[in-house]
Design a protein. Sequence first.
Length: 245
Amino acid sequence: MNNKVVSVSNLSHSFEQTEVLKDISFDLNKNEFITFIGPSGCGKSTLFKVLTKLIINYSGTISIQNIQLDSYNNSLGYMPQKDLLLPWRTLYKNIILPLELKNEQIDQDHIYELIKTFGLEGFEEFYPHQLSGGMKQRAALLRTFLMSNDIVLLDEPFAALDYLTKRKLQSWLKDIFVKLDKSALFITHDIEEAINLSDRIIVLSALPASILEVIDVKDIDSFGTNKEVLEKYNLIKQNIIQLIG
C-alpha cells in the first residue's frame, strides 16, 4: 500500500533570471510531520506556493494523494505566519469560513467538538481583538484544518508569538496532529521548534535552494528530561547550525 500523500521529484523553479529551487525531491507520508529549515530567503515559501498552485511554472513532477498536481482539485490547508482572522467575524464565524466558501453543509456538533479540542470552548462569540495571540493562532489552525483534505502546510505560524506561548503551542500541536490524523509540511527558522515538532527535518541550502540533508528526529525533542535524548537533540541542533551557517 502506497503511504505517500505528497511526492515531489526533481522540482526546480526560476523567477526571472534567478534560480530559486533546484532539484528538490522528497515524499511526505501519511500522518508524518516534515519541517523545512534553511537560511532566510532560501525559497522555503516558494516551495509552498508551488504546492498550492500559486506558482505554476516549474520543472519536475509533483503528486498529491497519487494525483498529479495540475489535476489535483482538492484543497491543501495553508496557514501563513499571520492568522488572517477577519476582525468583523466572531471566532466561530471565522472558523467556518472555508465551509461557507465551498457551500458545504456545516455540522455544528462537529465544529463545536473541534473548538473544544482546540482549547477554544467558551470563546465562540469573541472577536479576534478579544483573543490572545495563542488563541488566534489556534483558531487560524482550526480554520486551516477545515480547509484541507488531510494535508496541512504551515508557514512559520508561531513566529510572532512570545517564547512561552510558542512552547505551549508546539507541545499542543504535536498532539493535535496525531489526534486528528493529519499530515504536515512546516516551515520555520527556529531549529528548536523544528526538532521538537518533526518526524523529519529537510535542511535547505541558500539560493538556489537544494536539499543539504534529511534528518530523522522522530521522538527527539527538548521537552523531556531523558539524558540520552537531550544529547541527541543537542547534536542534531549543532549539525543544523553548521549546515545552514
